[in-house]
Design a binder for this molecule. Structure first.
Ligand SMILES: C[S@@+](CC[C@H](N)C(=O)[O-])C[C@H]1O[C@@H](n2cnc3c(N)ncnc32)[C@H](O)[C@@H]1O
Length: 292
């Protein structure tokens, strides 16, 4: 079957909608569009938005992005790109492969008149950057990319780093209670460790469309995960010339007085880690700067 017709069948689009989409580009239903705008706007404006609170705190604490050229790789619907652009005097480039996400990001940028951010649909493996960036962020992105592709992406991103630049990766490690990305519908933290047949039936029962064009429902979102761990991440940067210079494993425990900096990395306590934060630099620069 021709690929476009096959895609129509997978997306279960009525013929008329499929034709419009093929002729005019990405099409999102009004409900999903509104859902995307509301979600991304909250990520942009709400400092206490639950799943990004720790990310925002850590970024503010550790980095000064003034005068930086920032690449938000896998920017999604742009909430965080707009947040970087509004918190620092920097130039932000948000790129993503998903046309639905980038459409929402651009609409939000226009709605809030944020000038120092640009969004683009781009596959960096097909169209690498010519410019260099001081700070490249992959926020909740690396766990969505199949590992052989992630390896190639890190090589490409390493080549797009300006002198002294860094790549910042944040993701929920596979043992995290939220790593399945579907616990909100199953109601069960760590549900990724249930027998897969049982879990798939639970997801299918509660399945619903989501904003993405690439991952357009919860089943696809779950199946797209690469079960990322720190070990797998380290394997995927091999050959890129990048090395880790900082790692924080954030868990609930860090909220307790005096335990802010505790990293729970030993089994079984590592199941309590909700998010990993890793900073990468070029190996020679990390060496010269005394990181390794
Ligand atoms: C969970 S979203 C995170 C979005 C955003 N970084 C945030 O924090 O809100 C993951 C994003 O990664 C994007 N993505 C996946 N593979 C990609 C690739 N190869 N190149 C660029 N973006 C990619 C997806 O389209 C999706 O928008």
């Amino acid at each position: 079957m021709p690929p476009l017709l096959n895609k129509r069948r997978q997306q279960k689009l009525p013929f008329e909608d499929w034709l419009k989409q093929s002729l005019h580009g990405p099409m999102i239903t009004a409900t999903l569009y509104q859902e995307g705008i509301t979600y991304a706007e909250q990520n942009f404006l709400d400092e206490s938005a639950n799943h990004l609170r720790v990310d925002k705190q850590l970024l503010k604490e550790k980095f000064n992005l003034n005068k930086n050229k920032v690449l938000d790789f896998g920017c999604g619907m742009g909430g965080m790109s707009l947040w970087y652009a509004s918190n620092w005097d920097c130039q932000v480039y948000g790129v993503d492969i998903d046309r639905h996400h980038v459409k929402i990001a651009n609409d939000l940028k226009n709605r809030h008149q944020v000038k120092n951010v640009t969004f683009e649909v781009r596959n960096v493996l097909e169209r690498p950057f010519e410019e260099k960036f001081d700070f490249i962020v992959l926020n909740d992105v690396a766990e969505h990319i199949q590992l052989p592709i992630l390896e190639k992406i890190f090589k490409a991103l390493g080549q797009s780093l300006a002198y002294g630049g860094s790549i910042y990766v944040s993701y929920p490690p596979w043992r995290s209670p939220y790593a399945s990305h579907v616990q909100h519908v199953t109601g069960i933290p760590w549900c990724q460790f249930l027998p897969q047949g049982m879990l798939m039936r639970m997801i299918e029962k509660n399945n619903r469309p989501i904003v993405g064009e690439e991952e357009s429902d919860l089943v696809a979102a779950y199946k797209g995960l690469n079960h990322l761990t720190h070990k797998k991440l380290m394997k995927s940067i091999q050959g890129s010339g990048l090395v880790p210079v900082y790692r924080k494993s954030h868990s609930f425990i860090n909220k307790l007085p005096g335990l802010k900096n505790l990293n729970l990395r030993i089994f079984p306590f590592d199941f309590l880690v909700t998010k990993e934060f890793v900073l990468l630099k070029k190996e020679n620069e990390a060496y010269n700067a005394g990181f390794i």
